[in-house]
Design a binder for this molecule. Structure first.
Ligand code: SF4
Ligand code: SF4
Length: 374
């Protein structure tokens, strides 16, 4: 099953900085991916602060013939201010990627927040025109929103060929990311489904111990990532599953799962439903560490890091949660970062968050939890 796409959004890093990409390690991963018969890469304008598209150029396009690889990229709707920006971003992306056309190109995060700017600036018309010019082969949208909004786009623009959706066994029936409903709607309209976040930003690898036990009792040699990927790969109409792998081990785990792919049985499907219920009892904040929000905060609050620490506090046993407190203190005392209590609830980060997390409210709770203990 060659449905696995290399998501260039969580690349190996040399340190904590999202720009410190380890190019040597990335090159090795790209070579392994291609050697094993895969060729689909996905990037985006904001990934790694703009460096992801350049990584594609440096590690893929400079080494492999253009016609042997597939690239999908996205128009950053959330950064558009005027109509001319569409052309400017698009040309910049072609240049960064080192290509003269995109195989797949989508409007990135079409949502309640970006809907107005998308329609006002005629972003759909723009990508339709680029397809006519041969600069894009297939057009689509990425969406983390409600079925109603997806229906609006699909009715208004029948030219849309595919939809990139956040799908995994945890979000399948969740109220915020209702994967099942948007998936069914996409299929009803006969559009191809692209999947993102199959492992939910690592949250389905780093699972609570009772879920680990459930998996081990069922099939001791299967890893948590394998279960998550098999869930996505077992769905119909799926063109590609994009997984943002961060090291060779994760890449190999993904490749092994897809090379020896086994669709889920009914019993396994049911078992993953039980796993989702157990995980949901432990998840405090649903952050996938996508980093879309990190450049928004004037106070340099490292939002995903704080959310992760907050989750860890509740996930770890009581006698160990002091380490989460210690980690928060180390981060918040660093001159580089603002404290959670610096949040002025401006809401800029919320507009970028595909998971609709009420970040200012959580910052208040984080400040209360960690800063009051000082
Ligand atoms: S709401 Fe708070 S965390 Fe978000 S950008 Fe504004 S100040 Fe920063
Ligand atoms: S808070 Fe939202 S935007 Fe920020 S990293 Fe988490 S999921 Fe992404």
């Amino acid at each position: 099953m060659k449905k696995f796409g290399f998501g260039l959004m969580r690349l190996p890093l040399k340190d904590d900085d999202v720009e410190s990409i380890d190019y040597d390690e990335t090159q090795k991963m790209v070579d392994e991916f291609i050697k094993r018969g895969y060729n689909f890469f996905d990037t985006g304008y904001p990934y790694h602060n703009g460096l992801s598209e350049i990584v594609f150029r440096e590690c893929v396009i400079k080494k492999y013939p253009r016609e042997d690889v597939i690239i999908s990229d996205k128009m950053p709707l959330f950064s558009l201010e005027k109509e001319e920006d569409l052309e400017r971003f698009f040309n910049e992306q072609l240049e960064r990627c080192g290509v003269d056309y995109f195989d797949y190109y989508m409007l990135h995060n079409f949502s309640t927040w970006t809907r107005k700017v998308t329609f006002n600036l005629k972003a759909f018309e723009f990508i339709i025109q680029k397809k006519k010019e041969g600069k894009i082969k297939h057009i689509g949208i990425s969406l983390h929103d409600k079925p109603k909004l997806l229906k609006l786009a699909l009715d208004k623009y029948p030219e849309i060929e595919f939809v990139l959706l956040q799908i995994n066994y945890l979000d399948w029936q969740s109220n915020t990311i209702d994967s099942r409903k948007v998936y069914n709607l996409t299929c009803e309209y006969n559009k191809d489904v692209f999947i993102m976040e199959p492992i939910k930003g690592g949250n389905l690898v780093d699972i609570p111990s009772n879920v680990k036990t459930l998996f081990e009792d069922y099939k001791p040699d299967s890893t948590p990532a394998e279960w998550a990927l098999r869930f996505c790969g077992s769905l119909d109409n799926v063109k590609v599953i994009l997984s943002g792998v961060s090291n060779m081990e994760q890449l190999n785990e993904n490749l092994n799962t897809f090379n020896n792919f086994k669709p889920l049985s009914n019993e396994e499907y049911y078992m993953l439903g039980q796993a989702a219920t157990l995980i949901n009892q432990n998840v405090v904040v649903d952050c996938t560490a996508c980093n879309y929000c990190i450049n928004e905060c004037e106070h340099n609050i490292p939002i995903p890091k704080y959310l992760r620490t907050y989750n860890d506090y509740f996930r770890l046993p009581e006698n160990q949660n002091f380490s989460a407190t210690g980690y928060y203190r180390t981060l918040s005392l660093s001159p580089e970062y603002g404290k959670a209590s610096d949040c002025d609830a401006c809401g800029d980060c919320v507009k970028q968050c595909p998971q609709n997390i009420k970040i200012p409210k959580i910052m208040e709770k984080i400040a209360e939890l960690f800063e009051n203990e000082e």
